[in-house]
Each structure stands twice: as C-alpha cells, then as structure tokens.
Design a protein around this ligand. Structure first.
Ligand code: ACO
Length: 330
C-alpha cells in the first residue's frame, strides 16, 4: 500500500483580537482567573458578517497553494466543525463552491475537538487506498456567535476562539508520512460537554423556551472534562507510539489539541516530555476546537519546529467524548 503525507498546510485567523480584559467588560471575570485556569490571554473573533465556511475556504486555499497543486487536483473535501453556517447542508459544500472546485465529494465531520483528526484519518485511508491522490481536510470554528457572554456563561465563553486550519493529504514514498491514526469515542459522557438544543430529541426541535433557558449555549462540566482529558490524551498518544514500535522519547514534537494549557501541561508531564517538545499557542488563540491542530501544525512548520525525519504526534480529546491520535514521520 502507498503512504499518505501532509503535503501542504494553511491557516486563517480573524484579525480582531479580543483580550481577557475585553471580556471583563461583558461578564464578571478577570484576566488573572482566565490565565491561571486556562493559559489563554487573547483569542480572535470573526467579523459578524463572516461565516465559518469563509475562514475554512481561506485556510483551504492556502493549503492547496502550499502543496503546489490546484483545486482541480483535490479528489475529496473533508470539513470538521461544530459551528456550521447552516444546520444543513454542511460547510463542505460551501467550500466546494467558494473554491470553485470540481463536483468532488464534500464530507462533513461532527466530532468537535477531535473532528480534525477524525477527518485526517479519512483522508489518510483514501490516499493510502489509492482512491484519491489529494484530499483537502479543513478544521474551522466560529464560536464567537454562539457563546453566552454574560456571567452565566463565563466558564465556557472565556475558553473558545475563532479560526481555521487546513491540510492537503497526498501520496507518500519511502515509509514517510502518516504512520497510523487511532480513533475512540465514549458517548455515555455526551451530556458533560454539549449544546443541548435545538435538537431533534425535542418536538418541535426549537422553542422559545430553548432560547429563554439558554440551552443553545455550550454546557460544560469542566472538572469532569479535565479528568477524562488528562487520562485519554496520554493513553491514545501511547497507543500510536506502541503500534509503530516507538516510545515517547522518540517524539520530536507533540501537537495536542489546544484545549486548555493546564490540560496540555498535565499531558506533557504524564508523557515525560520536556516543555519544548509540546507545542502550545492557546495563549494567543484560545480553544478553536476542530481548528486548533491544523492551525498549530501550520505554525510549527512556519517556525521550523518540524524537520524532515521528525516523529510528530497529533492528539485530541473533546466532546462526545471522543479522542484520537495520528503519528507522522515527517
Ligand atoms: N471567571 C471568573 N470566575 C469563574 C469563571 C470565569 N471565567 N468561570 C467560572 N468561574 C467561577 C465559578 O463560577 C466558580 O465560582 P464559585 O466557586 O463561586 O462557584 C469558580 O470560578 C470555580 O469554578 P470551577 O468550575 O470549580 O473552576 P475550575 O477550577 O474547575 O476551572 C475550568 C474551570 C477552567 C473550566 C476547568 O474545569 C478546566 O480546566 N476544565 C477543563 C475543561 C476545558 O478546558 N475544556 C475546554 C473545552 S473542551 C476540550 O477542548 C477538550
């Protein structure tokens, strides 16, 4: 079987910077509380006229250019998000139209913080299986229109930010590229981190009561999420290393989903990795859910943090619960 590698990356961050200080004008919070509990100092919020698909398309366009291919070469598009433009159809078809792509398949993935790695595993399988030469994978989130900026929503509103990242997956030779992907889920924890409504469990699916009770805002059991994240991240990173005959000491870089700096630090410590081997940019962007890993990957490559031959692990945990890892020989 042929290999699959990341042939190009791109990111798109809105220009509007929102600091912790800005949030203190909207809710009862402090810069100190946010930095201490999350490591976040600022995040980006999209222009109100922008849609998620616009950011995703911009990131996708950059990844295609960096891969040195054209939109006609992309055989499949995968779009991961929890904040789509429309309830349906998904953002994938919006990007197909905005990029002027041929009528290729556009697959939408709904696995929140783990969505990008789930999408990447689909691309890996299609390219390794020889079904397509190039697959575009986008992770993009527009959280700022869906958060509760009153004090009642402060536990989640301070965490999330907007942004998009994308990669082109293409064929690889010589055993390089994506070595393996490992996906997991445990749906019994779904209610611990979710947006409850609108949803088709209710009839009708959307009511005035939904809005009045704020059930359309994210609900998070923070301590519960924390406890599961710090267990599942190391587990799934070790799974990918063991599958390929490696240990943590072989890793040049770990790029975890940017959930929360305290989670990232706990994972680094559990893996006995020095700080320099665990990438973090949450301070500047907050938690961008499905977008955080492709944004981070694009920055790492730009900063020269990844060199040819490096062993790099991408790992995520999030709502569902879902968790995943991807091991790459660069
Ligand atoms: N500003 C000030 N005070 C706040 C804020 C805020 N933004 N948010 C909550 N508080 C208050 C609470 O109301 C509570 O007040 P009380 O003691 O008077 O009731 C107090 O701070 C402590 O609240 P806790 O929920 O106990 O705070 P905790 O120490 O657990 O920190 C946090 C909350 C940061 C969310 C933590 O639980 C955590 O790190 N959880 C991990 C979840 C996470 O990071 N999720 C990211 C998204 S999911 C993902 O990507 C995997």
């Amino acid at each position: 079987m042929r290999g699959a590698r990341i042939a190009g990356t791109g990111r798109e961050l809105p220009s509007r910077v929102v600091t912790n200080e800005d949030l203190t004008k909207l809710m009862d919070t402090t810069d100190e509380w946010i930095v201490q509990r999350t490591g976040i100092r600022e995040r980006r919020f999209a222009d109100p006229s922008a849609g998620n698909s616009h950011m995703g398309a911009a990131a996708g366009r950059k990844a295609i250019a960096q891969a040195g291919i054209s939109v006609e070469d992309v055989g499949l598009l995968v779009f991961a998000t929890l904040s789509p433009d429309y309830y349906f159809p998904g953002c994938g078809v919006m990007v197909q139209a905005q990029l002027g792509m041929p009528t290729v398949g556009a697959l939408d993935v709904r696995d929140q913080c783990t969505g990008f790695l789930y999408g990447l595993s689909v691309a890996e399988a299609y390219v390794k299986g020889g079904f397509h030469d190039y697959v575009l994978v986008i992770g993009s989130e527009l959280h700022s229109k869906g958060l509760n900026f009153s004090t009642a929503g402060r536990d989640t509103a301070v965490i999330f930010g907007d942004g998009a990242g994308a990669v082109v997956v293409g064929p690889a030779e010589n055993g390089k590229g994506i070595l393996s992907s490992h996906l997991h889920s445990e749906g019994k924890h779904a209610a611990e981190l979710c947006v409850e409504e609108p949803g088709f469990l209710k009839s009708p699916w959307l009511t005035h009561e939904t809005i009045d009770s704020g059930k359309h805002y994210p609900k998070m059991n923070g301590k519960y999420v924390f406890a599961h994240a710090v267990r599942r991240f190391p587990e799934v990173i070790r799974e990918s290393l063991a599958k390929n005959g490696y240990t943590a000491s072989d890793l040049a870089l770990l790029i975890p989903h940017q959930a929360n700096q305290r989670i990232t630090q706990a994972v680094g410590a559990a893996m006995e990795l020095p700080e320099g081997k665990v990438f973090s940019n949450i301070e500047r962007y907050g938690n961008t859910t499905a977008a955080s890993i492709p944004i981070a990957l694009d920055e790492c490559l730009e900063q020269g943090r990844i060199r040819e031959g490096d062993l790099v692990c991408l790992a995520a945990f999030g709502s569902g619960f879902t968790w995943a890892s991807t091991l790459i020989r660069w």
